[in-house]
Design a protein around this ligand. Sequence first.
Ligand SMILES: NC(=O)c1ccc[n+]([C@@H]2O[C@H](COP(=O)([O-])OP(=O)(O)OC[C@H]3O[C@@H](n4cnc5c(N)ncnc54)[C@H](OP(=O)(O)O)[C@@H]3O)[C@@H](O)[C@H]2O)c1
Length: 249
Amino acid sequence: MSETLTGKNALVTGATSGIGRATAQVLAGQGAHVVVSGRDTSRGEKAVAEIRAAGGKADFVRADLNGAAGARELARAATRITGGIDILVNNAGIYPFVATGDTSEEVFDEVYDVNVKGPFFLTAELIPAMAAKGAGLVVNIGTVAARKGITGATAYTSSKAAVDQLTRIWAAEYGPSGVRVNAVLPGIIETEGVQTALGDERGPFLAITPAGRVGRPEEIAAAVAYLASDSAAFVNGAFLTVDGGASAL
Ligand SMILES: NC(=O)c1ccc[n+]([C@@H]2O[C@H](COP(=O)([O-])OP(=O)(O)OC[C@H]3O[C@@H](n4cnc5c(N)ncnc54)[C@H](OP(=O)(O)O)[C@@H]3O)[C@@H](O)[C@H]2O)c1
């Protein structure tokens, strides 16, 4: 793999699992120094060890991103370790499959804390330094489900719709300072989180995915890597769907 990100520092949240771990691996494979974050220290250290074994540079910072305090602490630790974050991937997220009438206030708050407040305050802490430097990239991991009336995960899909709006606002707010803010919108991707949420059932998702298969975490990581590349220098405020055609239906 070409080392196009040598000299860049990246922070990937939710990098102890699934899409985030694959993204951390791909960015490190392209030469970035990657801060791997999540709550689970053993999974985080394993992810770091895999990157280092492949010749990459990575460190783990444990963080609970369920609100502003954890996000701010993570931002400071990642900045301390690397000297400054150039690429932030807001990937950590939870997606309980709960219908509107069954959603408790506790579940609602947890979903919005992790999926909206966490990335909001993490970005708010890191993006001013990118703007001051005149360069930087934020990638928000959303979902194609936030653009459809798919029922059964109301708090989740609405929280990701809020993140879509943050992508637009930040792209407009920080674009003039040389910072690009984009989103990758995955369809169904095979991860530990999906396995926990769905068990072995994939049928309903395959029915709405023209590709006829679930995606792989590496396929989302590749989209993030494109956004981080010089080829995407004019791409700001974009929503890149990687969903096997699901959003075409
Ligand atoms: N897989 C899909 O089909 C799919 C589709 C569309 C969008 N997405 C989005 O893609 C992202 C990753 O999904 P995934 O399937 O890879 O999920 P996953 O396998 O469940 O991994 C989720 C990651 O988020 C971290 N996380 C969860 N709660 C956290 C908290 N309170 N503080 C800090 N980190 C936390 C987890 O780390 P710890 O456990 O170590 O805390 C883990 O690394 C999510 O935003 C999800 O909504 C996924």
